[in-house]
Design a protein around this ligand. Structure first.
Ligand SMILES: Nc1ncnc2c1ncn2[C@@H]1O[C@H](COP(=O)(O)OP(=O)(O)OP(=O)(O)O)[C@@H](O)[C@H]1O
Ligand SMILES: [Mg+2]
Length: 756
């Protein structure tokens, strides 16, 4: 059946001469005699490289060419090197029990169906019950085949896929999953497999081609040249039938982009770019029309036939799709009710006593029957039991005619199988020939600096496509700067002016932090993309942190410059050009620290609104403890630690020192001593007399020109004595680094991407 379907559907090849041409290869480099199957993409790409090395110029010079045929499904039989076996997979979760009278005084109830509930006997069990999501599931998936998991919604399809893809914590999942008889470690699985999630997580402003290209840059090794990566992307675009949408952006709610089916295929594309050996997909066809769904499964069949194990869940496959599937597992409430090839379905149900009528779609009939049984008093128990005996019978049959090829396959160790697969061109990720299977394939495809460069490029591309975001930030900074500049226009050096200066600095320095709050949604939006990408080692988490920091710098520099320039001269701050330069640097440092702080928070909090609440509250406390409202020596000793962790303290003290460092400047002169006191309103002549009598009493001559308070006196009064302005600057910068490091640890601990 699959052959008929395949023949009726042979799209890409003829319509795409350019790509085929691109992929032309030298004949003498293709030892077709030893290749029993059609070459995989990886293999061909590898040979392109070898061919290039030998040829003096471009590979196109050579007269004899082999065209990479992506649509070739006519494969010769060959030994199957990979077998993924799983046995007795059982997974339960604890769910809170409703406190009812019956729960407290249990009585045996007639429980039906597969979902078992533990008896509430004592302690923990009184408040929680156990729900079994997977119940003793066994099976086998081979390379070259598509194994499909079917079942009604909630039957446990996604859970089974998660269990096989090692996305359930070890302690919770019972049973074994082995690849060629060896329990595989998560590190190896990460490299040789791919998992396509049920939802599409893509950058909305990148085009299809760019999205795939970034994926290629992450997952294909550095040794593969850029042009080959491009070729791989072009080949994939054709393979996935995305040629017409290649230059369209992915889009989101606000921007019109590719269709849902195309987006689904892009999602698959980014995960299969490196030609994985095992491919897991959770409902790759849901939400697609039947043609798109068929096209997706067709692509998966091609991938399987190139030597991969494909395991997917599917809701209700159409008749045509069913023809492409090799092995089915029907689930009902976490139990297997059928496991076998689609062709055996009629026989199975006939023997069970419910023959499938000719006019009916087999899977629809099976699913309806299962649903009917689930609602009946006996549940699906009879079917589960029947399936077990049927499986045993089949096993018995096949062991009776045990073929030699079967035993050969069983003998192939994991290491041999991976080597064989790599030599066939699988895993386009610079594999080596090591003794240990897990070190045969490198953990990451690229060195750190490449990852950083690609991440930075992607994030800059994204920001360039959404210039309004930066525009809004700049607008916010300029408006704040303008309001401050006009409010505090040309402050003088009188005691009042000094007070206003202090107020200006406290406000300006805390504002820089508040404007950083916009960094909050940036990572929250990217978080799931980041988790998906790092779950399969597309790049290191540290690269992400570095590139994230680097990319934020240019905009921070620009914003600081804008803020410093609008306020420095307008307010009449001191220090000339060097004063401005320091003012700019300390604003930049605060932006940096604030940005890092908010980024760290975005790694901790799950929701934007919660994030904003926390940012606003913490920044308010930082300002409170900065030393502006209450001097350091007046802060209660049990709160003094907060003063030292206040991010506002350091830039605030730095700008004050920058402002009041000139020893020749005077801020309280002669009669100004009475300003801000009850005597401030008395006439000047009286003030002069008062000064005179004070001079006599104190024995120090104080005239109307005597300087009473210099800048350093002011700093002393404000309690700003512990750090120099440069130290304040360095500490602010260090805070920024500190929060980036915390962000890194957050990512390390918080993105396990596994069920508990
Ligand atoms: N943490 C949990 N606590 C309780 N029940 C859970 C938990 N996680 C999953 N379940 C339940 O397990 C069952 C199987 O879920 P699963 O996501 O595997 O279903 P599915 O077959 O993939 O369904 P769909 O086709 O709708 O995607 C569901 O009934 C779900 O409610
Ligand atoms: Mg699901």
């Amino acid at each position: 059946m699959s052959r008929i379907a395949a023949d009726s559907f042979a799209p890409a090849r003829h319509t795409l001469p350019t790509v085929s041409h691109l992929m032309e290869l030298q004949d003498h480099d293709l030892p077709r005699a030893n290749t029993s199957a059609s070459p995989t993409l990886g293999q061909l790409l590898k040979r392109v490289g070898d061919a290039r090395k030998e040829a003096t110029g471009d590979g196109n010079e050579t007269p004899v060419h082999q065209v990479l045929d992506l649509t070739d499904t006519t494969l010769e039989p060959r030994p199957l090197p990979f077998v993924l076996s799983f046995s007795s997979l059982t997974y339960s979760v604890k769910v809170p029990r409703k406190m009812t009278f019956r729960a407290l005084f249990p009585r045996r109830l007639n429980r039906l169906g597969a979902a078992t509930e533990a008896d509430p006997v004592s302690g923990e069990r009184l408040f929680t019950s156990t729900k079994t999501l997977l119940n003793d599931i066994s099976g086998e998936a081979r390379d070259g085949e598509i194994m499909a998991v079917l079942g009604a919604s909630g039957s446990g399809k996604s859970t089974l896929i998660d269990a096989l893809a090692n996305r359930i914590a070890k302690g919770s999942l019972k049973g074994t999953v082995t690849l060629n008889g060896e329990a595989f470690e998560s590190r190896l699985l990460k490299v040789i497999s791919a998992y396509v999630m049920q939802d599409d997580l893509l950058f909305p402003m990148l085009t299809v081609e760019e999205t795939l290209m970034f994926s290629a840059e992450f997952r294909l090794p550095r040794t593969l040249s850029k042009s080959k990566k491009k070729m791989r992307v072009q080949a994939l675009i054709d393979q996935l039938g995305l040629r017409n949408a290649a230059k369209t952006i992915i889009g989101d709610e606000g921007h019109r982009g590719v269709s849902g089916g195309e987006r689904r295929r892009v999602s698959i594309g980014i995960d299969i770019i490196h030609d994985p050996i095992i491919l897991f997909l959770d409902e790759p066809t849901s939400g697609l029309d039947s043609t798109s769904a068929f096209m997706v499964v067709k692509v998966l069949q091609r991938i399987a036939q190139s030597g991969s194990i494909v395991i997917m869940s599917v809701h209700q496959p159409s008749y045509r799709i069913l023809g492409l599937l090799d092995h089915l597992i029907f689930l009902s409430r976490g139990q297997t009710v059928y496991s076998g090839s689609p062709t055996n379905l009629p026989q199975f149900f006939a023997e069970f006593g419910h023959p499938i009528p000719d006019s009916e779609n087999r899977t629809e009939f099976a699913l309806d029957l299962i649903r009917g049984l689930e609602g009946s008093p006996g549940g699906t128990k009879s079917l589960v039991e029947f399936n077990k005996s049927w499986q045993n019978m089949k096993k018995h049959d096949s062991s009776a005619r045990n073929s030699s090829s079967e035993t050969d396959r069983q003998c192939l160790s994991l290491k041999e199988a991976i080597s064989a697969s790599i030599s066939r061109g699988k895993l386009v990720s610079g594999a080596t020939n090591d003794v240990n299977p897990s070190s045969m394939v490198p953990r990451f495809a690229n060195p750190m600096w490449t990852e950083m460069a690609v991440l930075a490029k992607r994030s800059m591309m994204n920001s360039r496509r959404m210039p309004e975001l930066f525009g809004i930030r700049l607008g916010a900074v300029l408006v704040t700067g303008f309001i401050l500049a006009t409010m505090f226009w040309q402050l003088d050096n009188s005691p009042k002016g000094v007070q206003e200066r202090l107020g200006f600095f406290a406000f300006a320095m805390s504002t820089t932090y508040y404007t950083c709050a916009d960094a909050l949604p940036v990572f929250l939006q990217e978080r799931y993309i980041f988790m998906r990408e790092t779950a399969y080692n597309a790049y290191r988490r540290s690269s992400y942190v570095f590139s994230h920091s680097l990319v934020s710098l240019p905009s921070l520099i620009f914003l600081s410059l804008a803020f410093a320039a609008t306020t420095f001269w307008a307010v009449g701050l001191d220090g000339g050009f060097s004063g401005f330069l320091f003012y700019f640097l300390i604003i930049l440092a605060s932006f940096w620290a604030g940005n890092s702080f908010v980024t760290f928070l975005s790694g901790v909090v799950p929701h934007v609104m919660l994030g904003y609440t926390i940012v606003v509250a913490i920044l308010a406390y930082f300002l409170l403890f900065s030393g502006f409202f209450i001097n350091r020596d007046r802060i209660p000793s049990y709160w003094i630690w907060f003063h030292y962790i206040s991010l506002v303290k350091y830039p605030y003290e730095a700008v004050l020192q920058n402002e009041f460092s000139d020893p020749t400047k005077c801020f309280v002169k002669g009669v100004q001593i009475f300003d801000n006191t009850p005597l401030g309103t008395v006439p000047t002549s009286l003030k002069l007399k008062l000064l005179e009598s004070m001079s006599n009493t104190l024995g120090v001559q104080i005239t109307s020109t005597t300087c009473l308070t210099t800048g350093s006196d002011l700093l002393q009064q404000q309690g700003i004595t512990d750090l120099s302005k440069w130290n304040c600057l360095w500490i602010t910068v260090a805070w920024g680094f500190f929060f980036r490091i915390l962000f890194y640890f957050c990512l390390l601990l918080g993105s396990k991407n596994k069920r508990s």
